[in-house]
Design a binder for this molecule. Structure first.
Ligand SMILES: Cc1cc2nc3c(=O)[nH]c(=O)nc-3n(C[C@H](O)[C@H](O)[C@H](O)COP(=O)(O)OP(=O)(O)OC[C@H]3O[C@@H](n4cnc5c(N)ncnc54)[C@H](O)[C@@H]3O)c2cc1C
Ligand code: SF4
Length: 328
């Protein structure tokens, strides 16, 4: 790790002021809990001259009910992961989200880390999340300062994996995100926040701030869960992670959604699951789900663990979790 370099710090109290400050300085970066950003600064990956600390913006630290329409919950981007994991309404209605939040890093990280930072987390790779001297001695790589990808040397693509735990759990609920930028505010589906490009995986416009997340109210009887595989049993990013949401009706699937993390450059919603609607989740269906998940996961050699193993594991996680939820 390098010493912490000098930088200018702003601490705005409104989202509008944060956007204004960001727009006025091309080399500035947003800083929430800092549990990823500060590590990257000390590794020489990020070198912002100015950081815009979001922790004094009270309006983005609340979880509230959405009034009118079909209801649901709005979660401020500044909500800490520990508060998200402990929230009673979320635990009851969106268990995949609280389980995913509770599985991030360790208790101290979760007390600082925010849901906004978790959804905007940089992609990760064995050749990227290293100290300055380590990366320099390998001539850096395409994602930062270099001109070769050490994972797929022949190409010009980066396969660094999005490895946030909470995004897949929000994706299975069809979450939307409220964004605020210099050109105004907009709301987009969370799935559209991501691009399948490890180098540039967020579809945020320049200086855009993630303000809040909207979760639609789930249909009665919906169950969900999140499971991850990691090297250490605690304080570790997922090698593969899987969220499942399912609604059963009279022993048959009424609705099902599965989303993956850490196996693609963006969190991935598994496609083709509509085929299971109206069918029981018997062994044949569960095996097919496992194989669909395996075929859509595209892990590369971005961790110390081999891609074929992560592909097998993510299929097994999906099968096991779906079986457990369907039997619940
Ligand atoms: C040892 C260790 C283990 C970890 N394990 C895990 C793990 O298991 N799972 C996991 O998911 N994460 C893990 N993390 C990463 C991190 O702790 C969490 O993802 C955390 O939620 C990041 O949130 P933050 O508020 O600290 O983000 P920050 O570090 O402050 O920011 C992260 C990025 O998001 C941007 N950003 C933050 N807020 C906003 C916003 N509102 N709008 C736009 N951009 C924004 C920042 O500019 C930055 O690029 C780990 C980190 C460490 C150090
Ligand atoms: S996938 Fe390639 S370009 Fe991307 S971070 Fe890893 S080594 Fe670098």
């Amino acid at each position: 790790m390098e010493n912490m370099p000098a930088f200018r710090l702003h601490r705005p109290e409104t989202a509008a002021e944060a956007v204004r400050l960001k727009t006025s300085d091309a080399r500035s970066r947003y800083l929430a809990g800092g549990t990823d950003m500060i590590v990257n600064v000390r590794r020489g990956i990020e070198a912002p001259e100015t950081m815009i600390d979001l922790t004094a913006i009270a309006a983005i630290t609340e979880i509230s009910e959405i009034s009118g329409g079909d209801g649901g919950l709005r979660i401020g981007a500044g909500v800490k992961l520990s508060d998200l994991a402990a929230h009673a309404d979320l635990r009851r209605d969106y268990p995949a989200i609280t389980q995913a939040a509770a599985s991030v890093a360790g208790p101290t990280h979760r007390r600082y880390g925010t849901i906004g930072g978790n959804l905007c987390l940089d992609t990760r790779c064995l050749f990227y999340n290293q100290s300055q001297w380590w990366r320099e001695s390998n001539n850096f790589c395409l994602k930062h300062k270099g001109d070769v990808c050490h994972v797929a040397p022949g190409g010009k693509r980066c396969f660094a994996a999005f490895s946030g735990d909470v995004a897949p759990a929000m994706l299975v609920y069809g979450a939307e995100v409220d964004l605020k930028g210099p050109n105004g505010a907009r709301t987009i589906p969370l799935v559209d926040l991501y691009r399948d490009d490890g180098m540039d995986h967020l579809a945020l416009e320049a200086d855009e701030l993630l303000v809040s997340i909207r979760l639609p109210k789930p249909v009665a009887g919906t169950v969900s869960g999140y499971e991850k595989s990691r090297i250490r049993g605690s304080i570790d990013f997922p090698l593969a992670g899987c969220a499942v949401r399912v609604t059963m009706d009279d022993g048959k699937v009424a609705d099902i959604a599965i989303a993956l993390t850490a196996v693609n450059p963006s969190p991935h919603i598994v496609t083709g699951l509509d085929d299971f609607v109206g069918r029981p989740l018997d062994d044949d269906a569960l095996d097919k789900i496992r194989e669909m998940v395996r075929s859509q996961a595209k892990p590369m050699l971005t961790t110390t663990v081999r891609p074929w193993y992560r592909r097998r594991v993510v299929g097994a996680l999906a099968r096991r979790l779906t079986a457990k939820l369907a039997g619940a």
